[in-house]
Design a protein around this ligand. Structure first.
Ligand SMILES: [Fe+2]
Length: 280
């Protein structure tokens, strides 16, 4: 494989989870890039970090954070930022990303990615924190749109305008999760294609695809199912608009055999091929 490790290829990669690490190390499958959760490697040594180093020697890597709590009104957790900086120096990832959410307040951590009220005040706060994070780690960070199951009555800015403003004001990149756009469009009753149309194309550094499940009329972003046909269709329309982008299959619960993820990635790859984009 001859990939440039300093950037993600516009191809379909796979989220690497611990049950598959041994198989990947033994078989070195043809995968254009892997993404891992940053916090799983905030270690000073040990077998997990050693395995990541071996994988990084053969594949471009995307570091995806789940614990920075970018949207919190707390000061940035500088110990957390330092751990991310150390990991960046160790593995030299092609991309670093975080979620647009909050998960800690007053020093208490919640095990969830919670939505923000989309207000001018929250936007200013998120921009300040994203800018500070980018300055401290010395590189652009991609910010991911999350799924949500409630909306704040105080919100005054549509989610897509909020996300676009983050990129325009801070120069951050965006990690556009197509499943989350679809889930939120269904749960909150907005037009998913209108959302995609409002996103600045140049800012989109990576795309996520995952599976949702339905519960009591609400779509839940479980990351435990195949990508739904409606999400594949929205993804194809997104690629038609944006052009090919690095795309990642995420699967975090009821993790299947690695070849199931490879088949999902192969479906994304077909959509990414230019001739198929034109035909879609
Ligand atoms: Fe995602």
């Amino acid at each position: 494989m001859a990939y440039e490790y300093h950037r993600l290829p516009a191809a379909a990669g796979i989220g690497l989870r611990s049950p598959h690490v041994g198989e990947v190390l033994a078989q070195r499958p043809s995968v254009p890039f892997f993404e891992v959760h940053s916090e799983n490697y905030y270690l000073d040594g040990g077998p997990a970090l050693a395995a990541l180093g071996r994988i990084r020697a053969d594949y471009p890597l995307s570091l995806h954070g789940v614990g920075m709590s970018l949207g919190s009104s707390d000061p940035l957790d500088l110990a957390h930022v330092e751990k991310l900086k150390t990991l960046i120096a160790r593995v030299e990832p092609a991309l670093v990303s975080e979620h647009l959410c909050w998960s800690a307040i007053g020093g208490r951590h919640l095990n969830d990615l919670l939505p923000l009220p989309y207000t001018d005040e929250a936007l200013a706060l998120a921009c300040t924190r994203i800018s500070e994070l980018q300055e401290r780690v010395g590189r652009e960070v991609a910010v991911e749109n999350i799924s949500s199951y409630l909306a704040f009555a105080d919100s005054t800015i549509p989610e897509w305008e909020f996300i676009a403003a983050l990129a325009q004001r801070t120069g951050c990149k965006l990690l556009l999760d197509i499943n989350n756009v679809y889930v939120n469009a269904s749960n909150h009753g907005f037009d998913a294609d209108g959302y995609i149309a409002a996103i600045p194309a140049d800012a989109v550094a990576e795309i996520h695809l995952a599976g949702f499940e339905q519960s009591d009329g609400c779509l839940i972003d479980t990351h435990g199912a195949p990508v739904a046909p409606e999400v594949w269709a929205l993804y194809a329309r997104t690629i038609e608009r944006l052009g090919p982008r690095p795309t990642l299959i995420e699967w975090d619960t009821d993790i299947p055999a690695f070849d199931v993820l490879q088949r999902e990635a192969a479906t994304a790859q077909i959509i990414l091929e230019p001739r198929n984009v034109i035909a879609s």
